[in-house]
Design a protein around this ligand. Structure first.
Ligand code: ZN
Length: 319
C-alpha cells in the first residue's frame, strides 16, 4: 500500500499556532480564550498553501490527489476531468499543478462528498475553471448560509455563489462520464448529514468521503448531523459494499482496501464500547481520556487531524 506523509495536517503546527495565541493571552484573557481555540481551520488554511499534493494513479482512467485537505479522485477522458472533492481553497496552486500533470483535459465536473471546507474549498475556482458542481442537497444548504462547527470552534461564512452546487439530489444519483458509471449514494447522517459515497463501477474504485479516515482518528461533526453511531452505521454500509479487489479512497489518509475498512470498523466499535462503559460508570471526559481507551492505536492513528483526546471527546459526546 502506498503511503504518504504529505497528507498530514500537522497537529504540532496547530498546537504551535495555539501556543502563539496563548502567549498573548495576558493582554485580555477572557476575550482571547475563545479565539485561541479557533486554530484548526486557520491552521489548515495555512498548511494547505504549502503542503505537497501528490498524484497516485489507481485503475483505468482514475487517479487520486493526496494533499493537506480531503482526497480528490480524478476521472479523466473525452468528457473532461471529473473531480470528487475540491480540497482546501489555499491548495489551489498545488491542485492545479497536480491536475495539469495528469493530462491537459479540461475540468468539467465536480462532485462534493460533503459540505466541509477541506472538501469544498476549491469549489469556486473549479467552477470558474469550467466545472458543474453536484452534491447531496444538504451540502448546498450548509454552503448557502453561515454555519458553525462547534468541534472546530469555527464559524464559516456563506459561500460565494460560484461555490454552490448547481445540481443536488436527495438519496441516490447515477451519472455517466468518460465511459464510466458513477453511483452516488447518500449515507444516513454519519460524519455530517450531507455525506455521500461515489462508486466508479467499472474500475471498482470507491470514494467514501469522510465516513472513512485511513490512519487518522476521524472528526465527527455533531453540529451538522454527525454522530459516532452514524459513523459506525456508515462504516458497516461501506463494508457491505466493499469487494476483495475494490480500491477504497478515504476522505483522509492513504488509499485503503477491505482490510483497512474492517480495522477501522473495529476501532470505532471498540472505542465506542469502552467510552460508553466508562461513562456509564460515572467517569467524566478527563477521567476517560486518562484511562487511555485508544492506547493500542494512538501511535499510528493519533498524530493527524484529531488527537486521541479529540477523538475520545467526539465519541463521549454521542454515547
Ligand atoms: Zn469532513
Amino acid at each position: 500500500m502506498v503511503t504518504t506523509s504529505s497528507g498530514e495536517i500537522s497537529r504540532r503546527k496547530f498546537l504551535a499556532a495555539g501556543g502563539i495565541t496563548a502567549a498573548t493571552a495576558f493582554l485580555a484573557p477572557t476575550a482571547l480564550f475563545a479565539q485561541s481555540d479557533d486554530v484548526l481551520v486557520p491552521g489548515a488554511l495555512k498548511e494547505a498553501a504549502t503542503a505537497k499534493v501528490t498524484v497516485q494513479a489507481l485503475r483505468r482512467n482514475i487517479s487520486v490527489l493526496l494533499g493537506a485537505g480531503g482526497n480528490i479522485a480524478v476521472l479523466s477522458g473525452a468528457d473532461g476531468k471529473l473531480l470528487v472533492d475540491a480540497e482546501i481553497v489555499t491548495a489551489r496552486e498545488k491542485v492545479s499543478a497536480a491536475l495539469a500533470s495528469i493530462n491537459s483535459d479540461p475540468i468539467t465536473q465536480l462532485i462534493n462528498t460533503h459540505w466541509h471546507f477541506d472538501h469544498t474549498g476549491g469549489n469556486e475556482w473549479l467552477h470558474d475553471a469550467g466545472a458543474n458542481i453536484l452534491a447531496q442537497e444538504n451540502t448546498r444548504t450548509h454552503l448557502l448560509k453561515v454555519t458553525r462547527v462547534e468541534g472546530w470552534n469555527h464559524t464559516f461564512p456563506a459561500s460565494p455563489s460560484g461555490a454552490i452546487p448547481s445540481t443536488v439530489f436527495k438519496e441516490d444519483h447515477t451519472l455517466h462520464a468518460n465511459r464510466t458509471t458513477l453511483i452516488l449514494k447518500h449515507y444516513s447522517p454519519a460524519h455530517t448529514d450531507s455525506d455521500i459515497s461515489v462508486h466508479f463501477v467499472e474500475a471498482d474504485v470507491f470514494h467514501t468521503g469522510d465516513t472513512f479516515w485511513n490512519g487518522y482518528y476521524p472528526f465527527i461533526d455533531y453540529s451538522t448531523g454527525g454522530s459516532i453511531d452514524g459513523m459506525i452505521r456508515a462504516t458497516e454500509a461501506n463494508l457491505g459494499k466493499v469487494t476483495d479487489n475494490m480500491i477504497v479512497i478515504p476522505g483522509h489518509g492513504p488509499v485503503g482496501d477491505k482490510s483497512r475498512l474492517a480495522f477501522y470498523r473495529d476501532l470505532l466499535v471498540g472505542t465506542r464500547e469502552k467510552v460508553a462503559d466508562l461513562k456509564k460508570q460515572g467517569k467524566n471526559l478527563e477521567e476517560i481520556v486518562a484511562a487511555k481507551p485508544t492506547a493500542a492505536t494512538n501511535a499510528e492513528w493519533g498524530s493527524g487531524f484529531r488527537s486521541p483526546k479529540d477523538f475520545i471527546g467526539d465519541v463521549f459526546q454521542g454515547v
